[in-house]
Write a protein that binds this ligand. Structure first.
Ligand SMILES: NC(=O)c1ccc[n+]([C@@H]2O[C@H](COP(=O)([O-])OP(=O)(O)OC[C@H]3O[C@@H](n4cnc5c(N)ncnc54)[C@H](O)[C@@H]3O)[C@@H](O)[C@H]2O)c1
Length: 239
């Protein structure tokens, strides 16, 4: 049990990558609070859903207060909630730009601004930001998404410094997944997915549980001397 008695918050944990992270953390002994706008796609005794839109700053404060009132601490925060609104830059609307920035980037700030200092106060913690291979290499038709996922890498390095500056072991790392088989890929044509698979050294796309295992490593004491880093989990992909 790598997370016995830890309190973990997973945003966007109702399904997909976040769902697998929530389930694995729970099986490893954590009390998991999923912050999501949707319904849980699974049931586990120690996984609780609290409805939240991470883009809503005031709602994030209410959520944080609620979790602290009930559990007193947050040991692990996984900033996983994310959306795509793809379009070529010349056709991208303000709505598409703003929606992705507000969820994928501001949504991460909205919660971590409270959780990071609380971890500092409680003597430690692990923050994991779910970035993307697209944040490292860019991608045609995803200017908004790439900007947010690259932005998360700046936040990761900043928070690794900021929340540990008093000598308290609050760690902050990012995971940059490659193409992982979840609903977020529903809008990507099958032919393109096959091309992406060929761009990996392993010759295939990934599964959500393969990201969950990396998240468990970064959440647990197994990674006690790792902070400010980005872990690529992409089958050896270059875009
Ligand atoms: N699947 C991939 O190929 C892939 C690759 C790289 C990075 N990622 C990132 O991984 C994360 C999870 O993606 P996924 O593939 O599991 O997607 P998904 O669409 O299967 O799940 C996303 C979850 O986030 C929730 N969510 C969306 N907007 C939200 C909001 N405003 N507030 C709270 N919850 C919200 C959804 O309800 C859903 O449960 C995202 O940040 C995504 O950008 C995914």
């Amino acid at each position: 049990m790598k997370l016995l008695n830890k309190v973990a918050v997973v945003t966007g944990g109702a399904k997909g990558i976040g769902g697998e992270i929530a389930k694995l953390f729970a099986l490893e002994g954590a009390k998991v609070i999923v912050a999501d706008m949707g319904e849980l796609s699974f049931r586990l005794d120690n996984v609780e859903l609290i409805s939240l839109n991470v883009a809503d700053s005031a709602a994030c404060k209410v959520f944080f207060d609620q979790v602290i009132a009930k559990y007193g601490r947050i040991d692990v925060l996984v900033n996983n909630a994310g959306i795509t609104r793809d379009a070529m830059t010349k056709k991208m609307t303000d709505e598409q730009w703003d929606a992705v920035i507000n969820v994928n980037l501001k949504g991460v700030f909205n919660l971590t601004r409270y959780v990071g200092p609380k971890m500092e106060e409680n003597g430690g913690g692990s923050i994991i930001n779910i970035s993307s291979v697209v944040g490292l290499f860019g991608n045609i038709g995803q200017a908004n998404y790439a900007a947010t996922k690259a932005g998360l890498l700046g936040l990761t390095m900043t928070w690794a410094k900021e929340f540990a500056r008093k000598g308290v072991p609050v760690r902050c790392n990012a995971i940059a997944p490659g193409y992982i088989m979840t609903d977020i890929l529903k809008t990507v044509p099958e032919e393109l997915l096959q091309q992406f698979a060929k761009l990996t050294m392993l010759g295939r796309l990934g599964q959500p549980d393969e990201i969950a295992k990396a998240a468990l490593f970064l959440a647990s004491d197994d990674s006690s001397y790792i902070t400010g880093q980005t872990l690529s989990v992409n089958g050896g992909m270059r875009l």
